[in-house]
Write a protein that binds this ligand. Structure first.
Ligand code: AMP
Length: 490
């Protein structure tokens, strides 16, 4: 039977779950559900390649709820959950626990969400009662273990959700500490969007004869998304974004910036231009993040400015526009970002604002997605005449944290301190990054000292600007031309 023929009825889930599925309006299982649910119900370990948006949460939540209900425990103790779902971010934790509640609403099981950045006391109070399913980020979970408010000795099922992102964020040491606290006999489910060597090492150590499921990655499903690039000097980007939002009357746009500071600055600029916007990133308080996200989802806030980590795992359906205010250093992040749009069969647009310095990133992305992203002329945008002076930006690091987190720690022997919620490291910023080529390597600080080698001369903002103005005067597809040798689509 192909996964397309599998119905929810054929999965033999308990009736209360079938009712909840029907209430949610689901008619057929998604491919990851069709494949994962039977494997989890059979009690085995599972390695699943699936991203947010594929229905993976129900793929593990439904069979877990079924298994826990089918095998009730005689003496449930407070603060001793039976299932632990570990996730990288607070938003994902809240979202997954919401799903547990949605699908488990006709069952007697109790769930709880646990993450940092909020008062620990309500969590401690909740742990004094029944908790069957705990959804947690690693840092706060270990805080509770340290305070002896949480007992992990009763875990029957462990889920590592978005395991790749947890490793990117430096959670490996926390994960290992947590694994050491769990009973040896248990079922393990590992979900990851990508399968790096680090994930393979983790899964080899964790999973026993796992079933294997992989569903189409967004890399291969980006056809629904209209992708385009506007070539524009960094300094003009915020002006262009305001122009695009106003000119096209965009109602819901998710904007990705590279840094938290950049997200704040852009948000202020948009608000000053009369465009309601809010930023979400690791330095924002949890209530502020939750509020901004809720307003963005219900359509009352047209622009949400986010860093990669904060936005990861957000389940925002049918987002019409995603803007890369800066291209990500790691090409896979581009795919994650634009995957926020064109979901559930709807079409969407992903627009990238690309400065000259970012052209190598653009090439990496195009190599990954195996297509060229057309450079599109900017319609009716006139750069402002007098731009206020800006503080010089630090040089851009060539690669993101994904490539060097674990291995670096392994090679240097230096412990890689995992971040805690609320710390800046959650956004993957401030991390040393692997140089792309020898010339760039020379630009990297060595032993914390700036390199003595002079950097090749770079264009100043003013030079970019005058170049931009010149290109504006001659109708060009972009505010500057890409480097020679970079083939561009139209
Ligand atoms: P996830 O990948 O778990 O974040 O799920 C993405 C979205 O798909 C969520 O909004 C779910 O409510 C929705 N979803 C999950 N399973 C199904 C299904 N079988 N049919 C339709 N929508 C679903």
């Amino acid at each position: 039977m192909s996964t397309n023929d599998i119905t929810f009825a054929s999965l033999n889930l308990a009736q209360p779950l079938m009712r909840a599925i029907s209430d949610a309006g689901y008619t057929t299982p998604t491919p990851v559900q069709a494949q994962a649910i039977p494997l989890v119900l059979a009690g085995g370990d599972l390695l699943a390649g699936a991203q947010t948006g594929t229905g993976k949460t129900a793929g593990f939540t439904l069979p877990i709820l079924h298994l826990l209900t089918a095998k009730p425990v005689a003496n449930l103790r407070p603060g001793r959950p039976r299932c632990l779902i570990l996730v990288p971010t607070r938003e994902l934790a809240a979202q997954v626990e919401e799903s547990v509640q949605t699908y488990g609403k006709y069952l007697a099981l109790k769930s709880m969400v646990m993450f940092g950045g909020v008062n620990i006391n309500p969590q401690m109070k909740a742990l004094r009662g029944q908790v069957d399913i705990l959804v947690a980020t690693p840092g706060r979970l270990l805080d509770h273990v340290g305070q002896k408010t949480l007992d992990l000795s009763g875990i029957e099922i462990l889920v590592l959700d978005e395991a790749d992102r947890m490793l990117d964020m430096g959670f490996i040491r926390d994960i290992k500490k947590i694994l050491a606290l769990l009973p040896k006999q248990r079922q393990n489910l590992l979900f990851s969007a990508t399968f790096s060597d680090e994930i393979k090492t983790l899964s080899d150590g964790l999973l026993h004869n796992p079933g294997y499921v992989e569903v189409a990655r967004r890399n291969s499903t980006v056809e629904l998304i209209t992708q385009s690039v506007h070539l524009i000097p960094q300094k003009l980007k915020s002006h262009l974004l305001s122009h695009l939002i106003k000119h096209h009357d965009w109602k819901q746009v998710l904007v990705f910036t590279r840094t938290k500071h950049g997200a704040n600055r852009l948000t202020e600029k948009l608000i000053a231009d009369g465009i309601p916007a809010a930023a979400i990133h690791g330095n924002k308080s949890q209530p502020a993040r939750t509020k901004a996200l809720a307003q963005f989802k219900d359509g009352s806030l047209p622009v949400l400015v986010a860093t990669d980590i904060a936005a990861r795992g957000l389940d925002i359906d049918q987002l019409p526009h995603v803007v890369n205010f800066e291209l990500p250093n790691v090409p896979e992040d581009y795919v994650h970002r634009i995957g926020r749009t064109g979901r559930a069969g709807s079409s969407g647009a992903a627009i990238s604002l690309v400065d000259k310095e970012e052209l190598p990133f653009l090439r990496d992305i195009e190599r990954l997605i195996k297509r060229e992203i057309p450079v599109v002329a900017i319609d009716g945008f006139v750069p402002p005449a007098n731009l206020p002076a800006e503080a010089p930006r630090p040089p851009r690091q060539p690669n993101g944290p994904r490539r060097n987190n674990g291995p670096r720690a392994a090679k240097t022997g230096k412990p890689h301190q995992p971040p805690r919620e609320g710390q800046t490291r959650h956004d993957g910023q401030g991390q040393k990054q692997k140089p792309r080529n020898p010339q760039q390597r020379d630009q990297q600080p060595r032993n914390g000292q700036p390199s003595a080698k002079p950097r090749p001369p770079q264009k100043t903002d003013e030079q970019h600007l005058s170049e931009a103005a010149r290109h504006q005067a001659m109708p060009q597809p972009a505010l500057f031309s890409p480097k020679p040798g970079v083939r561009r689509g139209r």
